[in-house]
Write a protein that binds this ligand. Sequence first.
Ligand code: BTN
Length: 328
Amino acid sequence: MGGRVDDIAVELLNFLRNAPDRYYRIPKLAEKFSTRVKFINEALRGLVIWGYKFEFDDTSRIRFVSAPDSIFPHEIGYHLKTIFIGRNIVSHFSLPSTNSLAFALASEGAPEGTLVIAEKQTSGRGRLGRRWHSPPKLGLWATLILRPTLPPSELPGLSIVTATALADTIISKFDLDASVKWPNDCLIDDLKVAGILTELSAELDKANFVAVGIGININHLRKDFPPYLRKKATSLRIETGGRIDRIAFLAEFLLSFEKMYLQFKKKGLKPLLPKIKKRSSLLGRQVKLKMGSKTIIAKAIDIDTSGALLVKRRKETLRVTAGEVTVV
Ligand code: BTN
């Protein structure tokens, strides 16, 4: 499809899907959209190629049946209730890494809230130089471009804000016991369901932009994970026992993220700390911290207003800003 037919297609689609129980005559639709029957038929053929399903009754009237499980911008847009997060979408079938493309687009001036998303990544990146397993259509692999005006030292806190919004969405939508492992993992029963990779472009005292990469395992079955991940990772489908509507989930997460991000932008992490602490899987537990070549065991006691983890070892309180933490 191209140009005007694309526009008609999306308008027509939204019109039909808003009344899924109603059948419509094609000439009536042409009249409604001030176009010719030929263009309505062409738009419908295009929608079918994209994976939308329609049904005809015995008088050739048509109704909407279902949408494909695809990250088309108009499909995400249909579900979205945010003000600015995800209102500009760059969607690809395959990318090396959504974070890398987001970084390039942000450098060229892409607006705050831009969502870069791919069905699969060929070089998905995790924290600490690890790779992120990103197979086609099973998860959500996406990056948000943000332009907060807070000092750069406060911006790493965005990882924990994002992970907390994600845990909140999982809890409210599926009633699962999701938690956040400082600073960036989202867990269900100690298995990793999602990870966040926050990358910052900044000068000495001013951030240019932040790229918040989000990888969520959604419709994987256990066999879809490579053997080295099977004991560490999980997906929403494994935990709920059913296939998940990725697009509806993404829209809900973006809304919950936007609410927290608006507070973060105004006042930093402080107003969000009670919620962040409530979702933390580490506080009150003995943890093992790997910091460079050093490993220490201590008790996680708090998270401070810059997002650092405070741990207590004997009588000493240490402030941890980076590294790997596991519960002992
Ligand atoms: C981690 O837990 O180590 C962070 C994983 C982050 C993965 C996501 S997937 C989308 C975005 N693009 C990337 O290359 N990485 C992040």
